[in-house]
Design a protein around this ligand. Structure first.
Ligand SMILES: [Zn+2]
Length: 108
């Protein structure tokens, strides 16, 4: 028998795996079939919301916060490294022009 708590854990694990698979698929298909890739991202987001699982940061970086589209460098987003003041990376979504920034942590 599996306890309710363990059951929840297993469900979350499965949800996480599904998100992983869907996001991988989205990246594979975006060049050929962007609409299909977008569907994968939407399903992954829905699974995340339904089971309260966070989309891993490595994927989240590539989802536009504004239009929720998948951003792929060289295809529909622009990645720039800024060296002034605090060094950071800016990613600009070329579909809605929304930008996001990430600080680069300097090695001591
Ligand atoms: Zn966007």
């Amino acid at each position: 028998m599996v306890s309710k708590k363990e059951e929840k854990k297993i469900i979350k694990q499965i949800a996480q795996e599904r998100i992983e698979i869907l996001m991988n698929k989205a990246f594979e298909t975006i060049h050929k079939e962007p609409d299909l890739a977008q569907r994968y991202v939407e399903i992954a987001r829905k699974i995340g919301m339904r089971y309260r699982v966070r989309i891993p940061k490595k994927w989240k970086i590539f989802i536009c916060r504004k239009c929720k589209r998948l951003m792929v460098p060289g295809l529909n987003c622009r990645v720039r490294i800024q060296r002034k003041r605090e060094p950071h990376v800016t990613i600009t979504c070329l579909m809605c022009n929304h930008t996001k920034r990430f600080l680069i942590k300097r090695k001591q």
